[in-house]
Structure formats: structure tokens, C-alpha cells
Ligand binder design. Structure first.
Ligand code: SRM
Ligand code: SF4
Length: 553
């Protein structure tokens, strides 16, 4: 696929001229305007910051010819998703000091601060830095937050696997002082890293690049939706390592039929010693062959789709100077939402808490944010984010377990069996009012949709069988609806497409069931399917497997 005949995208030029991601950001941030230029918007992304405006007030302000309500979203990268109590408290404080009073846990184990004003960005970055946190690399054309199945922290599989995410994050972080210089403190930055980009070069990657490490037992990270997915295993000759999956990605665009969701292909088995250099070879191949003209078609999955796996393997082998080892067979995966109380091998306990579209807030009787703050204040706990937008509080001593349970209950936080069968694993992206790409509502309508679908389920013969629902405000697919048992995807201002048939284990794409329906219509559309699933489904058969086996979707 040659792109030489076409002009590179504007963003490529902005990156090249940016002096390693500086551009004119320092001046623009210091200036009086609440917004920034479009060039600065692109560069800010590399610093983990999105320029947005409050879409709830956009129309009315534009009609009144008033300045839009410019706000910023800042995404804190947390490789492997683990935070100390002190870090949690710092983020919690920032939610009030600079943001909208909430923390938003993401589907990639990061935390977003929403509604930050331009004047608050430096204070935010400085406080994050004091707690060994950063937004740098949260967005932009680089390797994004490295996701890890939370069970890999807990010694259920292998204690050392928890460190792999941090190691990879360090290995693939862009080496420029720009962030610390612009947002934190120039002098301090000089003692950190150099501006050399031996790995990324001046134009970084064609687009974002995502890595996740799955448990060998279950697929909460959606390993087939990643640019590179790693599944731990033991090879009969090579010993311990990972089966590597490449070229997954779920975003697509209605306007561009040449875009599509794609599951990753098993590429190779790599030992722990080989994993860094093999991922580097994948990233290098992508850096050279990825599309730098059309950003909507710039992801690694299109390189795989266009080249084919065999030619991709040949590219990899020529870069590595050796043959790749064949991958081990994958799965079948089980299901684990990581919720509820569990005892660890070391005798401590952890509790997985359902957050609900990742929004940590105090709302009505449910004072989740206060509960988590109170827990963090108690001391030495670890807060593990999950790829299902939830949180595991770990390190609870046996003697404290009851106290923690009471604390959660008195704050209105329901755990485990108290959760509904769809509510339990439902995901939604933020969409309106912050996301610039949103066609429809998502997070704000999730509770209504869950309630209506659980009502329909309860009235069917399937009753309380667990069911995976994922809702997004557009086909970019940030809550991964393309692999959901029921995916609901914003289509027009008031309608959605419904896809069905993901397996719940992330290894099958869902298929279109209905197009352009309203959210209110969906429960009636799927209710007859719930009834058939209850009556005709085989024991233990998931809804997604049922609709696929019976050809409904
Ligand atoms: Fe995403 C863009 C939110 C995970 C595919 N995503 C966006 C932006 C930044 C909108 C924008 O470009 O202006 C959204 C910010 C909205 C807001 O106000 O917060 C946004 N994406 C999210 C989060 C917060 C959703 C969530 O509910 O948690 C997730 C943050 C992840 C993180 O911590 O890094 C998030 N996004 C995903 C995922 C799921 C995943 O990675 O596991 C996907 C599908 C997988 C994939 O990459 O294919 C995803 N987001 C996209 C895309 C489509 C990319 C493409 O290949 O075309 C966009 C659009 C873009 O990049 O231009 C996008
Ligand atoms: Fe925004 Fe679309 Fe992602 Fe939802 S799926 S957050 S609407 S880009």
C-alpha cells in the first residue's frame, strides 16, 4: 500500500514541526483565551489532554454568540492500573480542585479528569508529578496505557506478570522533556530524559497503539481488540512467555466503509526475554508501513488486513533477524468480572467494586467517591482499575474485612450479588456532553437502558442469567461494543444500531441486528430473544453464543 502519491495528513506536519511535542504550547497555555489553536489541540493529545467544549451548552452559546464553554479532559496513564492510597487521594482531591468533582475510570485502566479549565492544567500536572503520576502519553500517536488483567497483580497467575505492564510502558514512552518543561517545571525536566526519539522518530506513530496483557484464564482486557495482545503461557521447549496477538481494533466510521472492527491474529509465542524486542518490531513495522495520509485508516489492523498475516510475519522476521515461533493455541477463556470479595494467597482480601460506566461520584444515596476516599484514608491499600471500568480495593487485612464491608454499605455501594445481571458488566463510553465525536448519549442513558433490559430479562424465562451490554455514542467503539453480547452504538442524533452475538469472552465480533432504532425501542426488540434464550438455550449457554448458534445474528 503506497501512500507516496498522496499528501501526508496535517497532523504529520504538526508533529514534525513541534520540536518534540512543544509547538507553541507554553505560550498558548499562558495566554488569556480559554481555548487553544487547532495545532495545539493536536499536540495537547500527546500530553494526555483533550480540548473539548461542553456540548450541553454549545448550541445556546453559539446562538447567543457567546464564547463556548471550553473545557479539557486529562487522561492519567496508569500502566497495569494500580494506584497507591496516596495516589488515589491525590486524584480524588484533583477532582474538586481542577475538575468537575468526578473521576472517570476508563476501559483501559486509566483515569480521566473532566471539565478542567485551561488555567488549571499546570497545577494538575504538577500535583500528578508529585505523586509519580502523569497524563503524558495518555493520548496521541504513541503506545497508550498498557492494560493488564488485574488478577495478574494478585499472584493468582504469576506475581511477576504485574511488573510487565510497567516495564513495557517505560520502554515505549516517548523520550522528550517537553511535558515536564511545559506543564511541570523546566529545571527539573533537565535532569530527566533527553529529547532523542530513537524509537519513535520525529513523526511518532501513524496513530495510537494499544497493548494489553490478558490472564490465561479469562479475557477482561479484550486481548483480540488490541494492536498487541499478550496471553501468558508455557511453551514446551521455550518455557514461560506469551502468545502474542496482533492487529486488533474496534473503531470504524460510518462515512468510510473501508474502516472496520477487526480481531487480532495470533502471531507468535515469545519468551519473556523476547517480548520487548518483538513488540518493538511490531511497532517499527507499523511506524514504517502505517497509513500517514488517511488517519481513519491509520491503525495497525489495516496494515495487517492489507498485507495479510504471512507478509506481516515476513516483515517481522526480517526486522528481528530470526524466525518467529508459532503461537500456542489460545483459550477457551472463562469469564471474570473481578467483582466482590476474594481472599488472596497471602491471607489478605480484596473487594471488586462496580463503578458504573467508570464514573466515581457521589450521587444521591450512592456515595461511591466518599466511600473510596474513606478507604484510601485508612491507609495502605492498593486501588486496581479494571478494563471493565471498575475498581478493586486490595490489601484489606482479614480483621478489617467487616469494617470495609460496612463502610461500603453505609455509603450505598452495592457489591457482588446485589448487582443486577446486566448492570454487573455493562459498559458505556462518556459521549455527551464532553466527547467531540459523540453522535448520541451513552453514559448518561446507561442506567435507564440497563433497567429496561433487566426488566425484560426478568419477565422472560432467562430471568437473571448474566448478559453483557455495551453502549457507545458513536462507532469508534470506546466501550468495545463490537465484541459485546449486546452492543448498542450511536448512529444518528437520536438512533442507535444494535449488534448481537459477541461471545462475552471477546473472541467473536457481534453482528448487526437492527439499525437506527431509539433506545426506548430496544427492550421490546430483544425481549422475544431473551424468552427464546431461556427456553431453547442449552445449560450455561451465553446469550451471545445462543443468538449465534441459532442464526438470530
Ligand atoms: Fe476511545 C476517541 C474515550 C477506549 C476507540 N475515545 C476517543 C475520545 C478521545 C474522543 C475524541 O477523539 O475526541 C473519547 C473521549 C471522550 C471523553 O469525553 O472522555 C474517547 N476511549 C475513551 C474512553 C474514556 C472510553 C471509556 O468509556 O472508558 C477510553 C479511554 C481509554 C484509555 O484510557 O486510554 C477509550 N477508545 C477506547 C477503546 C477500547 C480499548 O482501547 O480497549 C477503543 C476501541 C479499540 C480501538 O482502539 O480500536 C477506542 N476512541 C476510539 C477511536 C477509534 C479509533 C480508530 O481506530 O478509528 C477514537 C477516535 C479517534 O481516535 O480519532 C476514540
Ligand atoms: Fe466518544 Fe464515540 Fe468514544 Fe463514545 S465511542 S467516547 S462517543 S468517541
Amino acid at each position: 500500500m503506497s501512500t507516496e502519491a498522496f499528501e501526508e495528513s496535517v497532523v504529520e506536519g504538526i508533529k514534525r514541526a513541534s520540536d518534540h511535542l512543544r509547538g507553541d504550547l507554553a505560550n498558548e497555555l499562558a495566554g488569556p483565551r480559554p481555548d487553544v489553536s487547532s495545532d495545539a489541540e493536536q499536540l495537547l493529545k500527546f500530553h494526555g489532554i483533550y480540548a473539548q467544549d461542553n456540548r450541553d451548552t454549545r448550541r445556546e452559546r453559539a446562538m447567543a454568540k457567546e464564547t463556548l464553554d471550553y473545557i479539557y479532559m486529562a487522561r492519567v496513564v496508569i500502566p497495569g492500573g494500580a494506584l497507591t492510597s496516596a495516589q488515589w487521594l491525590a486524584l480524588d482531591a484533583l477532582a474538586d480542585e481542577v475538575a468537575d468533582g468526578t473521576l472517570r475510570l476508563t476501559t483501559r485502566e486509566a483515569i480521566q479528569l473532566h471539565g478542567v479549565l485551561k488555567g488549571g492544567l499546570r497545577a494538575m500536572a504538577t500535583k500528578l508529578d508529585e505523586h509519580w503520576l502523569t497524563t503524558f502519553g495518555g493520548c496521541g500517536d504513541v503506545v497508550r496505557n498498557v492494560v493488564l488483567c488485574p488478577s495478574l497483580h494478585h499472584g493468582e497467575d504469576d506475581e511477576q506478570l504485574g511488573a510487565v505492564a510497567t516495564r513495557l510502558a517505560r520502554r515505549f514512552r516517548a523520550r522528550t522533556q517537553a511535558h515536564w518543561e511545559i506543564f511541570v517545571n523546566g529545571d527539573k525536566a533537565a535532569t530527566r530524559e533527553t529529547d532523542e526519539q530513537p524509537f519513535y522518530g520525529e513523526t511518532y506513530l501513524p496513530r495510537k497503539f494499544k497493548i494489553a496483557i490478558a490472564s490465561p484464564h479469562e479475557n477482561c482486557v479484550d486481548v483480540f481488540a488490541q494492536d498487541v495482545g499478550l496471553i501468558p503461557g508455557t511453551h514446551p521447549e521455550a518455557g514461560r512467555g506469551f502468545t502474542m496477538v496482533v492487529g486488533g481494533g474496534l473503531g470504524r466510521s460510518y462515512a468510510n466503509p473501508d474502516t472496520f472492527a477487526r480481531l487480532g491474529d495470533p502471531l507468535a509465542f515469545v519468551t519473556d526475554d523476547e517480548v520487548d524486542e518483538t513488540i518493538a518490531a511490531v511497532v517499527d513495522t507499523y511506524r514504517e508501513l502505517g497509513n500517514r495520509v488517511e488517519r481513519k485508516r491509520a491503525r495497525l489492523k489495516y496494515v495487517l488486513a492489507d498485507l495479510g498475516l504471512d507478509r506481516f510475519v515476513a516483515e517481522m522476521e526480517s526486522r528481528l533477524g530470526r524466525a518467529l515461533r508459532a503461537p500456542l493455541p489460545i483459550g477457551p477463556f472463562g469469564l471474570d468480572d473481578h467483582l466482590g470479595w476474594r481472599e488472596l494467597a497471602n491471607g489478605t482480601w480484596h473487594v471488586g467494586v462496580r463503578v458504573g460506566a467508570g464514573r466515581v461520584a457521589d450521587r444521591g444515596d450512592v456515595r461511591l467517591r466518599s466511600a473510596l476516599r474513606a478507604l484510601a484514608t485508612r491507609g495502605d491499600l492498593t486501588f486496581h482499575l479494571t478494563p471493565l471500568q471498575d475498581l478493586i480495593v486490595s490489601g484489606v487485612a482479614r480483621a478489617d474485612r467487616d469494617d470495609v464491608a460496612v463502610l461500603l454499605r453505609t455509603h450505598g455501594v452495592r457489591v457482588d450479588d446485589e448487582l443486577g445481571p446486566i448492570e454487573r458488566t455493562a459498559l458505556a463510553c462518556p459521549a455527551l456532553p464532553t466527547c467531540s465525536q459523540a453522535l448520541t448519549e451513552s453514559e448518561r442513558r446507561l442506567p435507564d437502558l440497563v433497567g429496561a433490559l433487566e426488566g425484560a430479562l426478568a419477565q422472560s424465562s432467562a430471568r437473571r442469567r448474566p448478559l453483557q451490554l455495551r453502549l457507545t455514542g458513536c462507532p469508534n467503539g470506546c466501550a468495545r461494543p463490537a465484541v459485546a453480547e449486546i452492543g448498542v452504538v450511536g448512529r444518528t442524533k437520536s438512533t442507535y444500531d444494535v449488534v448481537l452475538g459477541g461471545s462475552g469472552r471477546g473472541d467473536r465480533l457481534a453482528r448487526t441486528f437492527r439499525e437506527k432504532v431509539t433506545l426506548d425501542e430496544i427492550p421490546d426488540l430483544v425481549a422475544p430473544l431473551f424468552e427464546r434464550w431461556g427456553v431453547e438455550g442449552t445449560p450455561g449457554e451465553s446469550f451471545g453464543d445462543f443468538v449465534t448458534r441459532t442464526g438470530i445474528a
